[in-house]
Ligand binder design. Sequence first.
Ligand code: NAP
Length: 492
Amino acid sequence: MTAQTLPVDPFDLVIFGGTGDLALRKLLPGLLRRYAMGQFGDDSRIIGVAREQQSSEAYREKVGEALLRAIGDNHELKDKLPAFLQRLGYHALDANKDDGWEAFAEEIKSHGDRIRVFYLSTSPSLFVNLCSRLKAHDLNGGKSRVVIEKPIGHDSASAAVINDAVGSAFAESQTFRIDHYLGKETVQNLLALRFGNILFEPLWNSDHIDHVQITVAETVGLEKRAAYYDTSGALRDMVQNHLLQLLCMVAMEPPAALQADAVRDEKLKVLRSLRPITEDEVSQLTVRGQYRAGASSGNAVPGYLDELGRNDSRTETFVALKAEVDNWRWAGVPFYLRTGKRLPERVSEIVIAFRQIPHSIFEHDAGPVMGNKLVLRLQPDEGVKLWIMIKEPGPGGLRLQHVPLDMSFAEAFGVHQPEAYERLLMDVVRGNPTLFMRRDEVEAAWKWIDPILNAWEKLREMPKTYTAGSWGPSAAVALVERDGRTWHEDTV
Ligand code: NAP
């Protein structure tokens, strides 16, 4: 089976921050793969922009080296690399200065009225100036689109400032707020499973689902992000966007159609139905952690404060919380969310834990009857498993076994699974915002997060420490276990 690649119209894609980490590690490798798959051709252009003075030739060379590192031994991509690099150009511009913008605008306009994507892969502090300059040079009309990256603010008020600045230059329909978790194959598979089958939807409610777990675990520490991360922390960096977006995909009502606003309306309703966590409840329903020295992948690693070079940071590198969606479908079903750095493995997964059967017909020595679980793994190896009870194969008495039905078809069919950024970039070019966040979603997410942040701020407690390489503070285990549940472990 081969994946279908529908070519897109010719476009100009300008990457502000074209020399940065995100551009070199994710965006440009993704674009190379799409080019190699024939999704766009030689009539499209990719233009890197940053302050560094260099020629397009020098930029191509730098990008070529980065791409070679990113693609490893993939001969197909290596073969396409020289032609792909010819699609690349470079402009030295400072978001905060006028020099060079006139010539830049002229060059962009020289290709007529075609799709233009402005990807703001820079610090959000530059978004205001970038958008106002794009507007001043009349680059915001017609088929222009702007893509903005997280973090969209650090609370409701600052998110509104960014959204207002972008909104003063680009209409909402031109604005693509990227959350790359939504571009993952498994997230779309969740839509297919829920709404393309009659099997799941009748069970998708509090009558049949006991609880939901969403885990996004990283093994890395601060890397080069110390300055940013210490002002953010795990709740802002991961929960406000990625984990809440995943929660929405699980909890939303069936949209009338797979259309951008239909889907986003349903997600918004979920965000607005999240039960607020009050100051009195915050210690009970949330756990903040910070890693101390330990081990990662068998190597000794320093603690957060040592990495940071300070000993007074109260920033959390781990958070676990219990959320509830106050509506008819989900009444009484907890959504346990956890995310953190320096955890034992890099894994992102959603676990839908179904209720126990009401009555067991089996003898005691058949073993326990465990609840069914649907496990959607987003990384490292995207896939879906449905845990069911079967009879242990072979002769003898009837003994039960809990086994996963593996529903990850891409590997079996030998289909290349596009990386999230690849898919999302092509969605922007096509003008399809279904998998992007609308302004009101971002605002509703912050509205739920703000009171938690404020309550933490009032408490002024140090986060609970956990050893690097462990699953977070013991309080995170207690959060689930005092409700008689456990965090899912993939034991097969
Ligand atoms: P980065 O490596 O620090 O790159 C920043 C880029 O912006 C560089 O190309 C830099 O080049 C350019 N730049 C800085 N000041 C500029 C100015 N005044 N005018 C024009 N260009 C300027 O950052 P990054 O990691 O790529 O991240 C970019 C954005 O994506 C950030 O908002 C980050 O939070 C977000 N993000 C990144 C990742 C990731 O994996 N890296 C993931 C999710 C979100 P010059 O210094 O030469 O100007």
